[in-house]
Write a protein that binds this ligand. Structure first.
Ligand SMILES: *Cc1c(COP(=O)(O)O)cnc(C)c1O
Length: 414
């Protein structure tokens, strides 16, 4: 902190950076990962052989189901594919409506369109950026079949409210838990609290193998359907050339599973460090005017902290817009991101006619007319993302984040 007084000139104006070290290292791996990969290679069992998935794949699915406290897990090629499979497994049909938050990654909604369902965007809570249950309820129509709560940044959405709503209206709940490995709601890990949950193992994610995904569920029927859909419509006990369902090949390889198994061995320790650092960072940021860490509900017993999200109020920074705040902060060596734009604004949703099956049989939504004010404000003015690898660092790393923000504030006010 004392350095601040002497180094008050912003790095963007030629001053000294608060942080000169590189951004935190990610991914993290060691000889365990290399040995697992080597084992998978030498086994010759690189994927499904003679109808049996490789040993590493079976082992990973068992370990991941256990990790998420789910009865079943199906390993899949990506989180996007996992969402598509889970929605189709839930029996969604063309024209059915799926309620999804507007503040999320495109796959949450594009997966709906992939199964010819109509995504209906609703707004998020102003202090968590997770789906607003009241907005979700207001969006229910006779065609609504499912809700996809997203655990944004790894912070579980209000699953009590979402599951109650689903029970009341006979809807399926597919959790988009792509960012929420190991996260818990009231002591229970997310994913199988809803009917099914989807995870991503893409490079940036807390548990990663480059590319990959999984569906988890406690429901035996849904499990068989997900398994079948990811394995060209075969059945677990069926013959190789017997395809009762129409599925795709969305199978993971043994190499991905091998890396995931060794990564899983680090997951709890990494989660503990992220939680500890996030707690410290929150205490520091709570003291800065105009910076509000997102609220963590008391019922969240473990936040996965894929992202540490805080809300920026430019009024406390002499009107400095969020985009400039980020530029200045990044120049200080603190790599923060602006986060999502409102999903319905993406060009992919601009031409509803493209999705003829969904809109021919269902409600035709003009997404250019959708407006979710909380999402708009979060995207344009408020939301700042600090990526998970930062939280694997030290208390000094957290201090650098807070000190850099204070330095920017001081400079903005002068
Ligand atoms: C990463 C992510 C996905 C998609 O996962 P991929 O493995 O990249 O396909 C879906 N939803 C959310 C919220 C994500 O963060």
């Amino acid at each position: 902190m004392s350095d601040l007084l002497t180094n008050s000139q912003l790095a963007i104006n030629g001053g000294l950076k608060v942080r000169t070290e590189p951004q935190p290292k990610w991914p993290i791996w060691d000889e365990t990962d290399a040995a697992g990969l080597d084992e998978a290679l030498r086994s010759g069992w690189w994927g499904v052989v003679g109808g049996n998935p490789g040993e590493k794949i079976v082992e990973f699915e068992r370990a991941f189901a256990q990790f998420q406290q789910a009865k079943h897990a199906v390993s899949i090629t990506s989180g996007t594919a996992a969402l598509e499979i889970a929605l189709r497994a839930c029996g969604l049909e063309a024209g059915d409506e799926v309620i999804a938050p507007a503040y999320t990654f495109i796959a949450t909604a594009s997966a709906c369109l992939m199964v010819n369902a109509v995504p209906v965007f609703v707004d998020v809570e102003p202090d968590t950026y997770n789906i607003d249950p009241a907005a979700a309820e207001a969006a229910i129509t006779p065609r609504t079949r499912a809700i996809v709560p997203v655990h944004v940044g790894g912070c579980p959405a209000d699953l009590d409210a979402v599951t109650a709503l689903a029970r009341k209206h006979g809807l399926k709940v597919v959790e988009d838990a792509a960012q929420a490995h190991g996260a818990e709601w009231k002591g229970r890990r997310v994913g199988a609290i809803g009917d099914a949950g989807c995870f991503s193992f893409q490079s940036s994610k807390n548990l990663n193998c480059g590319e990959g995904g999984a569906c988890v569920t406690d429901d035996d029927t849904l499990f068989v359907r997900c398994w079948s859909l990811h394995n060209v419509g075969r059945l677990p006990e069926g013959a190789w050339y017997e395809h009762p369902l129409l599925g795709w090949n969305y199978r993971m390889t043994a190499f991905q599973a091998a890396v995931l198994l060794s990564q899983l061995g680090r997951a709890d320790e990494q989660a503990r460090r992220r939680t500890e650092n996030a707690g410290y960072l929150t205490r520091r940021l709570d003291e800065i005017e105009g910076i509000a860490p997102n609220r963590v509900d008391d019922r969240v017993t473990r936040h996965a902290y894929h992202l540490y999200i805080f809300r920026y109020d430019s009024a406390a920074f002499n009107g400095l817009p969020k985009s400039d705040f980020l530029k200045v902060l990044n120049a200080e060596g603190i790599g923060c991101g602006a986060g999502y734009t409102p999903l319905y604004r993406n060009a992919a949703f601009e031409k509803p006619d493209v999705y003829s099956a969904a809109f021919a049989l269902g409600r035709k939504i003009d997404y250019s007319k959708v407006c979710c004010p909380v999402t708009e404000r979060a995207a344009a003015e408020e939301a700042v993302w600090l990526y998970q690898a930062w939280l694997l660092g030290t208390t000094e790393d957290m201090d650098q984040v807070a000190d850099a923000i204070l330095k920017v504030q001081q400079a903005a006010r002068e």
